[in-house]
Design a protein around this ligand. Structure first.
Ligand SMILES: [Zn+2]
Length: 195
């Protein structure tokens, strides 16, 4: 799986032979599509997606391209899941968050559980790395947060804003956060697709 800023950009790069195989650094070429699916965003927003497959011209490995606005094997966007996690970091409970986002309580509770512990620590590491690469000053201005999840989300947001400024990027902050976290704002579920 390769996380890409957008499928349109990835398509152009594939045609130009500019997308490299993560296994051997050979050039990737188009290799069909996966099944079309619908992913839920904030409110009634929906993303209809036809996943693109690519194949390495050198080692023949196939890879799926995941747009950075999505989370690997989740039916909700980075923005939807991230909004829930950010609300949790501010102290909201899972019932309040579920009602606000229009999601089942059980779904939101599962997201919040999966974001705790070692995963929050991993998110912090990604945040620190990307903040450092984009603008180390973000780390100097870092405010203390009571939880690792809150610290991680705060830093990820600051790194995304710094990235937008530095590279004049029009990519939404949540999409950049999807790139920083390699499609794993939440760890992928064990079953193929969970909400
Ligand atoms: Zn390869």
């Amino acid at each position: 799986m390769i996380v890409v800023a957008s499928l349109e950009q990835a398509e152009a790069m594939l045609h130009a032979g500019q997308l490299d195989c993560p296994g051997c650094a050979g050039a990737l070429s188009s290799h069909g599509h996966g099944r079309t699916r619908t992913v839920r965003g904030i409110g009634s927003a929906r993303v209809i997606l036809r996943p693109r497959r690519a194949r390495c011209r050198a080692c023949a490995a196939t890879h799926v391209l995941l747009p950075a606005e999505l989370v690997l094997r989740r039916a909700d966007t980075v923005e939807a899941i991230g909004t829930a996690l950010a609300a949790k970091a501010r102290g909201d409970g899972h019932r309040t968050i579920a009602a606000r986002l229009g999601r089942p309580v059980s779904t939101v509770r599962r997201w919040l559980r999966r974001a705790r512990g070692s995963h929050a620590g991993w998110l912090q590491e990604q945040a620190v790395q990307h903040a450092f690469r984009t603008d180390p000053d973000v780390l100097n201005r870092r405010l203390p947060w009571p939880t690792p999840l809150g610290d991680a989300l705060n830093l990820l947001a600051a790194a995304a804003l710094a990235c937008q400024r530095r590279w004049d990027s029009t990519l939404p902050a949540w999409t950049l956060i999807g790139m920083f976290t390699h499609g794993r704002l939440l760890p992928p579920p064990e079953s193929p697709l969970r909400t």
